[in-house]
Design a protein around this ligand. Structure first.
Ligand code: MRU
Length: 339
């Protein structure tokens, strides 16, 4: 953020175009979160903190708190699943509320949270890379790389670290239908980082595992309940079930801002339902180099589009956090979070 403007990488046009969106008010930042210009739990959290700071900067002297409170509710209503969003809104709001200079305090806290996110992801890379041996084939789902956070990423941070350590690695990237975060964003990141990879159909995970081709699965998280149940992009659950069946270690990578201590189990994690158009239409580059949207189903078809699923703790080998690798159990989680 510079002044009252937030600068966001437009993730809706990647990998075909790199452009920066300038968001001049908290209203515009809310729209950017909603339409997924900015997406991924950590990046949503960063954007939400800045949106909150923008609201403090915009608020008129008269009716200051009324304006700010309405903005807070508006930001919280953008997307329901990623805990990082609620964590960031709350921290920024509370920091401002506790200060004599709420505007300055809100901006400072948003900056601090962004730095904290980046630092946490760097540490996740350090802890997670210890699980990766040279020669490993790694499977990942969706995009939990540096686009999905302020920097480094969660699930991809250990991969980047392992690459820096000169380990020989290969990544199986799930396409991640319907929006294609794997094929579009993870593939683009890995290409930029010069990590060898192949994009695979979402449904191919069990096949590769059954042939012994995957050594470890590392995915991100949008919300983790106190008992270790974890919400992540739709399709994660199937991957975890297959990993259990074929004895492949299945890890979640997430900063502690993704844990929801008010949520006792995955059953209570709100699952976002997105537009059926995301399933019925696909967007890509034409031969003429234009980004276009095409219908891929019979006209008038219905589609269901739950955006996340919940993987039960029993299918998770461990959770890679900035505080180390945590067992997916209530006792271990509370201990790691020092509650
Ligand atoms: O709907 P999105 O693209 O915002 O999805 C969130 C995610 O990026 C994933 O579920 C990811 O694996 C965890 S968050 C980095």
């Amino acid at each position: 953020m510079k002044g009252g403007t937030v600068f966001l990488i437009d993730q809706t046009v990647l990998p075909f175009k790199f452009s920066i969106v300038r968001s001049k008010s908290h209203f515009e930042t809310c729209t950017a979160i909603k339409n997924m210009t900015v997406r991924g739990a950590g990046a949503i959290g960063g954007a939400a903190a800045y949106a909150m700071a923008q609201a403090f900067l915009e608020a008129p002297e008269k009716g200051f708190w009324k304006y700010v409170d309405a903005a807070k509710a508006r930001i919280a209503a953008t997307r329901p699943t990623a805990q990082n969003l609620f964590f960031a809104i709350d921290r920024t709001y509370q920091a401002a509320k506790a200060s004599k200079f709420p505007r300055e305090a809100a901006v400072r806290e948003a900056e601090r949270l962004a730095d904290r996110d980046s630092e946490a992801c760097k540490k996740i890379g350090e802890y997670g890379s210890r699980l990766i041996k040279s020669g490993f084939n790694i499977s990942t789902h969706c995009n939990a790389g540096w686009l999905a956070f302020v920097d480094y990423g969660s699930a991809l941070a250990p991969i980047y670290r392992a690459k820096k350590q000169k380990k020989k690695i290969f990544v199986y990237v799930d396409e991640t239908r319907p929006r294609g975060q794997g094929a579009k964003l993870t593939a683009w990141e890995l290409k930029n980082e010069k990590v060898p990879f192949a994009i695979v159909p979402d449904a191919a995970g069990a096949h590769f595992m059954s042939r012994g081709l995957i050594d470890i699965v590392i995915v991100g998280a949008d919300r983790i309940a106190v008992n270790g149940d974890t919400a992540n992009k739709i399709g994660t659950l199937e991957k975890a079930i297959a990993a259990k069946r074929y004895g492949v270690p299945f890890y979640i990578a997430a900063p502690t801002s993704t844990f929801d201590l008010k949520c006792s189990s995955g059953r209570y994690i709100p699952i976002e339902e997105r537009s059926q158009d995301e399933v019925l239409f696909q967007e890509g580059l034409t031969e003429k180099g234009k980004i276009e949207k095409i219908l891929i189903a019979p006209k008038g078809s219905r589609a269901f589009n739950p955006s996340f699923d919940v993987t039960p703790a029993e299918l998770i080998t461990g959770i890679i956090t900035e505080r180390g690798i945590v067992k997916p159990s209530k006792a271990a989680i509370l201990k790691a979070l020092k509650v």
